[in-house]
Design a protein around this ligand. Structure first.
Ligand SMILES: NC(=O)c1ccc[n+]([C@@H]2O[C@H](COP(=O)([O-])OP(=O)(O)OC[C@H]3O[C@@H](n4cnc5c(N)ncnc54)[C@H](O)[C@@H]3O)[C@@H](O)[C@H]2O)c1
Length: 247
């Protein structure tokens, strides 16, 4: 089956690192034009042969102007927006004592509010053509409470993404737009380096697939959700955790 991503226009936020970088590459290799957004331009490199349909956009996507700017640039450069992958995120491992309001607000601003702002701007554009695929990022932490690693601000923000996904799916469905989220388990990226090798080894011993995930494991699922044939899959969250937690 063809994914139907050839010639599509996709915005990927958080494309400068980890899962977002892998998603941007995967969609580019399927033939999509990519607007790769991150705080800094460093590290947002297109795969070979994709340079003509790849634009790196530095900026903060957690502000209304930053989110709208990325969508405006996509339309100015490539004419429209078909796919949004809102992957930008920040992690937090705090205890009750050290998660103050400043940490809480930043974690929620980037993970939850930023996802909403990007989705709102992208959906307004997608609605003009009656077609769109929106993929947000939750986490296994939203389902498990965070375990030994993730703190309360991160867990709450990622749980909020599941509710946001369902709400947006109901509102955007009649416009021809699907909205889903993925809930990765422990994936080897700079974000999980704070866990340290012993914690990761303990996780691996509990994962039925007996390994941590790679960014490409998640990118594959995102590409499926972003694909044209996935038009009847909406409002759901897909676990990508090697069987560690089953919902
Ligand atoms: N790695 C994991 O195990 C894991 C598990 C569950 C969920 N996730 C989620 O997957 C997504 C990607 O995580 P990752 O592991 O690739 O992390 P990462 O730290 O490697 O990459 C995150 C990227 O987001 C960018 N970013 C942060 N704030 C931004 C902002 N305001 N504007 C623009 N860009 C911003 C960062 O600069 C960075 O490049 C995140 O939403 C994360 O919460 C990751």
């Amino acid at each position: 089956m063809r994914l139907g991503l050839d010639g599509r226009v996709a915005i990927v936020t958080g494309a400068g690192s980890g899962i977002g970088a892998s998603v941007a590459r995967a969609l580019a290799l399927e033939g999509s034009a990519i607007v790769a957004a991150d705080l800094h331009e460093d590290g947002i490199e297109p795969p070979a042969d994709c340079a003509g349909r790849w634009l790196a956009v530095p900026g903060d996507v957690a502000t209304p102007s930053g989110a709208e700017r990325v969508v405006d640039i996509a339309v100015e450069t490539f004419g429209r927006v078909d796919v949004l992958v809102a992957c930008a995120g920040v992690y937090e491992t705090g205890t009750l004592e050290d998660v103050d309001e400043k940490v809480w607000d930043r974690v929620h601003d980037v993970n939850l509010r930023g996802s909403y702002l990007c989705a709102r701007a992208a959906i307004a554009e997608m609605a003009k053509r009656g077609y769109g695929r929106v993929i947000l990022f939750s986490s296994i932490a939203a389902q498990t409470g965070g375990g030994v690693a993730a703190g309360p601000a991160y867990v709450a923000a990622k749980a909020g993404i599941i509710g946001l996904t369902r709400s947006l799916a109901q509102k955007a469905g009649p416009l021809g737009i699907t909205v889903n989220c993925v809930a990765p388990g422990v994936i080897d990226t700079p974000m999980t380096e704070v866990m340290g090798p012993e914690v990761k080894q303990d996780v691996v011993s509990k994962v039925p697939m007996r390994r941590t995930g790679s960014p490409d494991d998640v990118a594959f699922v995102v590409a499926m959700l972003a694909s044209e044939p996935a038009g009847y899959l909406s409002g759901t969250h897909l676990d990508v955790n090697g069987g560690l937690h089953m919902t």
